[in-house]
Design a binder for this molecule. Structure first.
Ligand SMILES: Nc1ncnc2c1ncn2[C@@H]1O[C@H](COP(=O)(O)OP(=O)(O)OP(=O)(O)O)[C@@H](O)[C@H]1O
Ligand SMILES: [Mg+2]
Length: 358
């Protein structure tokens, strides 16, 4: 079964953005109660607002993130990624639309309740780190724990564990100004994880890190997520990072969500040239798995002939590089070795060479 189908079946929806808009400009708050504007269909509303000189940070965004899902928002600078994240955390109030956490509507919630939810259920890592400059690294990490009433000793011991988790052992007494950008970012990551959030909002958390540490932290995030199964919304402008981490990716452009799908969906069927331009940098061989390209077992011709069995989670690279090149026919098996589909080596080669044409 494909990853997303599995997530949909097993896990309930955790966060929902429903027709979310964020409009910036003088008196933008008043727009909420403008009945004419509310009555307009989305594209006309957007035209009207732009004509009036407003900037639209997020336009009619709808999606749901399941418990245990790692959802990535990807797009170029200024496309609206941070705006969506800030609206989810209610650090910016949506101009229109709603944000739900479980079955609670966050945008109509009193500020005191929201604060409590942010303390107990949400972890956030901001693009600009957001550390307190006159606190040491350890004090920064322990801060949200103390705020929610944990004892000094308890907060200190959790903070130390988090400091080690992000590889900053021995630097707990350093102030943010004494740490590199990447190290500050790791303090931010540790601080947000210390509260053991259900929902983890990460705004370009690895962008200030050099490639090796970045890859290492990506691996740690994947491993952490396999254990902790949080609902993560991860913002990045790096498509390779998105593909590596995501269960699903939402691609944003000019405030709009232009495509939402599993990494394989985007690779195989990019919605437009903008999405295709990101996709072309990524290796189909390494990303696509057999269950992304196979034909369903129910359609298998009776004369398919002799075939060997392969696990549906193998990548095309594993198949094409490791297997006997003379073997052309494969039965694809899923959970408990049940046949779920079939494919041929020639089909795999076609899929890979299509990518080099586009
Ligand atoms: N407070 C604000 N006032 C006015 N315009 C804003 C404000 N915040 C964001 N914007 C605008 O909204 C759009 C989306 O900004 P946002 O910060 O969400 O982009 P982003 O995708 O996170 O970009 P980056 O990758 O550079 O962080 C941009 O055009 C930005 O200039
Ligand atoms: Mg941003």
């Amino acid at each position: 079964m494909k990853t997303q189908d599995r997530i949909n079946q097993i896990h309930p929806v955790k966060i929902t953005c429903d027709a979310l808009w964020k409009v910036f400009g003088d008196n933008a708050d008043r727009l909420k109660s403008d009945p004419d504007l509310l009555a307009l269909p989305s594209h006309e509303r957007s035209e009207r607002l732009r004509e009036q000189g407003y900037i639209i940070g997020a336009e009619d965004i709808s999606f749901s993130v399941h418990a245990g899902e790692l959802f990535v928002i990807m797009g170029l600078s200024g496309s609206g990624k941070s705006t969506v994240l800030r609206c989810i955390a209610q650090l910016q109030k949506p101009s229109f639309g709603h944000v739900m956490l479980d079955d609670e509507c966050l945008d109509t919630m009193p500020e005191a309740t929201l604060r409590e939810i942010r303390r107990r259920k949400m972890g956030m890592v901001f693009q600009n780190f957001g550390l307190v400059p006159h606190f040491t690294a350890l004090q920064n990490i322990a801060f949200p724990l103390k705020v929610r009433g944990e004892s000094r000793a308890e907060a200190q011991s959790k903070a130390l564990a988090m400091l080690n988790l992000v590889g900053l052992d021995g630097r707990g007494d350093a102030y943010p100004s004494e740490l590199s950008g990447g190290q500050q970012q790791r303090v931010g990551i540790a601080r947000s994880l210390a509260v053991d959030p259900e929902v983890w909002l990460l705004d370009e958390p690895f962008s200030a890190l050099d490639p090796m540490i970045r890859r290492q932290l990506q691996d740690e995030l994947i491993e952490l997520q396999a254990r902790l199964k949080k609902s993560i919304i991860f913002v990045t402008h790096d498509f390779s990072e998105a593909v590596r981490l995501a269960d699903r990716i939402a691609i944003m452009r000019d405030g709009k969500m232009v495509q939402l799908g599993r990494p394989a969906d985007l690779l195989l069927h990019p919605a437009d040239d903008y999405v295709a331009s990101f996709v072309s940098d990524v290796s189909r061989l390494q990303v696509l798995r057999l269950d992304d390209i196979m034909t369903s077992a129910s359609a298998m011709p009776s004369d398919f002939g002799e075939a060997i069995q392969l696990d549906s989670q193998m990548t095309l690279e594993q198949c094409l590089v490791d297997l006997d090149p003379n073997q052309n026919k494969f039965i694809i098996t899923g959970e408990q070795g049940r046949p779920v589909g079939y494919c041929t080596r020639s089909h795999m080669l076609d899929i890979v060479s299509e990518a080099s044409v586009t």
